[in-house]
Design a protein around this ligand. Structure first.
Ligand code: HEM
Length: 197
């Protein structure tokens, strides 16, 4: 799509060079991965931060939901990265400046890294505390996941600390990600958000 310098096209914007995505849109598979991740992350983060305030008798089911959502995020993120390799996303529209491209890429890399690392650290922490995903905290309440490391309280403390730091880091990255989407949509009005809807 051609445009004059200084003007921004409305609607879904397209990069001139992107012949694979003539409509500028992410494909249906990429959109599904994205919105499934949003639901799972909202679940894992909300329960993760609230669980320490819950009473012991109701806690178990929330551990199970948190851990099941978290582990599913790992599987979905791996599948999503494989899909991204097979079917690259649409290029950003031509009018998006270099500094915004770099900021978006940095946030996306950080998010992908933590979508993979956070569940792995959480899973290892449960093993090290001696509470693997079995019985009351089995995957989806049904599938016992074998422990890959034994009970090691000293290691469990370190892993839990990393899990907490990554949890807050994810909140910061998500705020930047959502803030960027709102900025593009409401202030620049450049159609960037519409590519994922
Ligand atoms: C992307 C996925 C995940 C996210 C975003 C996430 C996020 C969080 C957050 C924010 C906390 C609260 C930390 C704190 O306030 O100290 C937490 C706690 C916890 N998470 Fe995760 N988590 C994920 C995956 C997992 C997985 C896969 C497991 C285990 C299989 C797990 C097990 C735990 C446990 C045991 C706690 C401690 C809860 C407590 O305070 O007793 N998490 N998580």
């Amino acid at each position: 799509m051609d445009h004059q310098a200084g003007t921004i096209p409305s609607g879904t914007a397209v990069a001139r060079t992107d012949t694979l995505h003539p409509d500028g849109q992410y494909n249906a598979v990429a959109k599904t991965f994205h919105w499934v991740t949003v639901v799972l992350m909202a679940t894992a983060l909300t329960i993760g931060f609230l669980i320490k305030f819950m009473k012991d008798d109701s806690k178990m089911v929330f551990y199970a939901i948190h851990e099941t959502a978290g582990l599913t995020i790992l599987f979905v993120s791996i599948a999503r990265l494989v899909w991204r390799r097979l079917s690259p996303p649409p290029a950003l529209p031509d009018h998006v400046p270099a500094n915004m491209r770099m900021a978006a890429a940095a946030v996306h890399h950080g998010l992908y890294a933590l979508l993979i690392l956070q569940p792995i650290i959480g899973f290892l922490a449960t093993n090290a505390w001696g509470f693997p995903m079995q019985g009351a905290t089995a995957y989806f309440g049904l599938i016992d996941i074998p422990a890959v490391i034994g009970e090691m309280p000293a290691l469990a403390k370190v892993l839990s600390l990393i899990h907490t730091v990554f949890g807050y880091t994810l909140v910061v990255l998500l705020a930047a990600h959502i803030g960027g989407a709102v900025f593009h949509h409401a202030i620049r009005r450049d159609g960037t958000l519409l590519r994922m809807l």
